[in-house]
Design a protein around this ligand. Structure first.
Ligand code: ADP
Ligand code: F6P
Length: 324
């Protein structure tokens, strides 16, 4: 038990992700179990700068484990990108007697947290983003729900695509990372998966693949296009012109970020949120919670943010074999 840890702050930042509420709930209830006070900071770093805080007790996080979004709201905050903004953020933590701050968010939010850590604030990062693009961890809260949401939507597009014997390009989110696209590509049995890490913009190869499949009797051709590759609508026009096959683009967009979290996201969020508070209570400082080889671990924030990760090469090769 860390006696100097009497008030814990919690905020959500960057793009929301299903399961963030479950993570907040876990932070609050674990902190309360240790006898700490909890301040919920609204609207991410923007709310921190403005001092938008609410006291949270065990009861105030009832009925949220099943809800998508984040009841603390989230934001992207330009001001916090500046040294002055970061100084102000650290001062707000001190002014409000926040001994430890749990930041639930993505890579960008963690870079902000790193700045606060450099100013002497004890920050713990909990990975919350649908993109799965945080290098130190094999799981991020929201990924499973987003993939399931996208998968169901893509199944629906496939029905109509097959009926009309069309080619369909479906764009999924993921910022500059292809994790959602690769998982959906495998789960939906896509004929092509365009990943920002790999795709070389050679549309001739795509056109040849479509024509080859058509000759083999395939009635549809599903192309999953990761957001980082982009341009689905103009790509559809070019592919239709080159193949003579009706081609449609569907951009799934923000629907992938909403909805009730899956069991995996609720469980992972609960464990990660509780683990974050355990770290604070154990006296450690400035850590990122991560999931590695089937267990929760934590890394120093500087070490975590200097790591790199790549798409799973086995998953990539399976996706290619399955697409034949
Ligand atoms: P995510 O956390 O989902 O990756 P963003 O990249 O939009 O989302 O980052 C969320 C917020 O974190 C930004 O609006 C900004 O306030 C803060 N942030 C991002 N990068 C930095 C950085 N390099 N330095 C300080 N703050 C940052
Ligand atoms: O980081 C989550 C994410 O949904 C990315 O996949 C996407 O690039 C981005 O956020 C979209 O951000 P916004 O909500 O600002 O449109």
């Amino acid at each position: 038990m860390n006696k100097s840890m009497s008030t814990i702050g919690v905020l959500t930042s960057g793009g929301d992700a299903p399961g963030m509420n479950a993570a907040i709930r876990a932070v609050v209830r674990t902190a309360v179990a240790y006898g700490c006070r909890v301040k919920g900071i609204q609207k991410g770093y923007m709310g921190l700068l403005e001092g938008e805080m609410i006291d949270l007790g065990a009861g105030s996080v009832s009925d949220i484990i099943n809800r998508g979004g984040t009841f603390l709201y989230t934001a992207r905050c330009e001001e916090f990108m500046t040294p002055e903004g970061q100084q102000q953020g650290a001062e707000m933590c001190r002014k409000n007697s926040i001994d430890g701050l749990v930041v639930i968010g993505g890579d960008g939010s963690f870079r902000g947290a790193q700045k606060l850590a450099g100013l002497g604030i004890n920050v713990i990062g909990v990975p919350g983003t649908i993109d799965l693009d945080i290098a130190c961890t094999e799981y991020t809260i929201g990924f499973d729900t987003a993939v399931n949401t996208a998968m169901e939507a893509i199944d629906k597009v496939r029905d109509t695509s097959t009926s009309h014997e069309r080619c369909s390009i479906i764009e999924v989110m993921g910022r500059n990372a292809g994790y959602i696209a690769l998982s959906c590509g495998i789960a939906n049995g896509a004929e092509d998966i365009l990943l920002p890490e790999i795709y070389n913009y050679d549309e001739e190869v795509l056109v040849d693949h479509i024509m080859e499949n058509r000759k083999r009797g395939k009635k549809h051709h599903i192309i999953i296009n990761a957001e980082g590759v982009g341009h689905s609508t103009s790509m559809a026009r070019r592919i239709e012109a080159a193949t003579g096959l009706e081609t449609r683009a569907t951009i799934l967009g923000h629907l992938q970020r909403g909805g009730s979290p899956t069991a995996r996201d609720r469980v992972m969020a609960s464990l990660m949120g509780a683990y974050a508070v355990d770290i604070l209570m154990s006296g450690k400082s400035s850590r990122i919670v991560a999931y590695k080889n089937g267990a929760l671990v934590d890394y120093d924030i500087d070490e975590a943010l200097s790591m790199h990760k790549e798409l799973d090469s086995f998953a990539l090769s399976v996706s290619r074999i399955m697409a034949r």
